[in-house]
Design a protein around this ligand. Structure first.
Ligand code: NAP
Ligand code: FE
Length: 365
């Protein structure tokens, strides 16, 4: 089955195209953003102008930081209810959009903080419009929200059909202000999602055209976006690839490639995409024997060998600039092994496999 209920507007004037659909959602919007980028990218101003023209009211909640916490979700839900909002617009990278996806459920179902991950309790949601300003997570078309449980020191996600946004507005110019670092990290996240569409035991050939094309698009355009941040054509291509990545993981889910990175983010603050990038080669090596047919046809399609792909990755200079500790590896192993995404690996992954990948990152002791 292939199912994405989100209305996707992907164009230079996507917001204007979606105007009628957005304005009919309610009277007052809660705009959910991070601290700076919604403003910097021009997306927040564009949304406010649209709402003003349509005679709609709004309230801004701009307190979402990277890897949003359960507490932020509770706070956002309170802001929605206290301000009488009846629809939401999430603007930003994956963090504000994931927070918005949880907020529209928590506010509608009066959910307690300890139940946020329990998707079976959700019966309804406020309508949400998602406006990405990064090209990476694809969260604008997935049923997932990834949140940080600060008390448990853990990052984890939940999935609910009700979390699919009502509409996704993809305007590539909103990504022009990304720094080369954010461009690289988010682009690598999109690449991870597409590769995981091949790795996952839920892989489905109906998605291969999107996966192959998406990966080729990133292979060609990510280096361009880093060297020429103003290249709107390359930014547009990256946004399309990221969208494909979202539609792919909405069905195939993520795998070890993602589970192994979450503890690096919670313990060391490694950005999500970077955490994926530093283990990408090791995970591909581990999976290769099981996914040989798919990966060989991918490299044939790209017109390069696996080694050339690794050289391309290396040229992007994705690395940690600090060592990780032995105690981190042992403490976090159970968390990786028990994470939700591990159900999707192409074969049973052992503690030793994970230890080996972490060890390849380790430089101290
Ligand atoms: P992000 O955490 O949303 O943002 C990273 C940084 O980029 C922030 O400092 C942000 O600034 C800045 N930024 C965003 N857009 C910008 C722009 N146009 N110009 C300049 N700076 C900009 O990054 P992300 O990689 O997009 O999202 C990562 C999160 O999504 C992680 O928590 C990850 O686990 C999650 N994720 C979710 C899914 C899913 O399906 N739900 C899939 C993959 C990943 P501000 O703080 O000022 O906004
Ligand atoms: Fe991701």
């Amino acid at each position: 089955m292939f199912y994405v209920p989100t209305r996707i507007f992907f164009a230079e004037n996507a917001l204007a195209q979606a105007k009628g659909k957005i304005l009919k959602l309610g009277r007052k919007a809660l705009l959910i953003t991070g601290k700076h980028s919604a403003q910097k990218s021009g997306a927040l101003d564009a949304v406010q102008s649209l709402l003003k023209e349509g005679g709609k009211d709004w309230h801004v909640f701009n307190q979402v930081s990277e890897n949003p916490s359960l507490e932020t979700v509770m706070e956002g839900a309170r802001e929605l209810l206290d301000n009488g909002c009846d629809f939401l617009i999430g603007i930003g990278g994956g963090s504000p959009i994931d927070a918005a996806k949880a907020i529209c459920l928590v506010a509608a179902n009066n959910t307690r903080i300890e139940d946020i991950y329990n998707a079976s309790l959700y019966a309804k949601a406020y309508p949400l419009v998602a406006i990405p300003t990064t090209s990476g997570t694809g969260t604008e078309v997935t049923p997932y929200s990834v949140l940080t449980d600060q008390k448990a020191g853990k990052k984890a996600g939940f999935g609910s059909e009700l979390a699919f946004p009502y509409a996704a507005i993809l305007e590539p110019s909103f990504t022009l202000t990304m720094s080369p670092k954010v461009t690289l990290h988010t682009g690598i996240d999109a690449l991870s999602h597409l590769l995981e569409g091949l790795y996952s035991n839920k892989r489905n050939p109906i998605m291969y055209p999107m996966i192959f094309n998406g990966i080729k698009t990133i292979y060609k355009n990510l280096p361009k976006c880093m060297s020429h941040p103003d290249d709107l054509e390359a930014r547009t291509e990256m946004m399309r690839a990221s969208l494909y990545g979202g539609m792919v993981i909405a069905h195939a889910s993520t795998t070890l490639q993602h589970s192994i990175g979450y503890p690096l983010t919670t313990e060391y603050g490694v950005p999500h995409g970077l955490a994926n990038g530093i283990v990408m080669r090791s995970v591909m090596d581990l999976y290769y024997p099981a996914i040989k047919k798919e990966l060989d046809s991918l490299f044939e399609y790209l017109g390069i060998s696996r080694d050339q792909f690794y050289q391309w990755l290396e040229a992007l200079q994705i690395s940690l600039d600090f060592p990780i500790s032995q105690s981190f590896i042992e403490n976090r192993l159970p968390e990786v092994l028990s994470s939700r995404n591990m159900a999707n690996n192409p074969f049973e992954i052992s503690a030793e496999d994970i230890r080996k990948i972490y060890h390849e990152l380790k430089e101290e002791e």
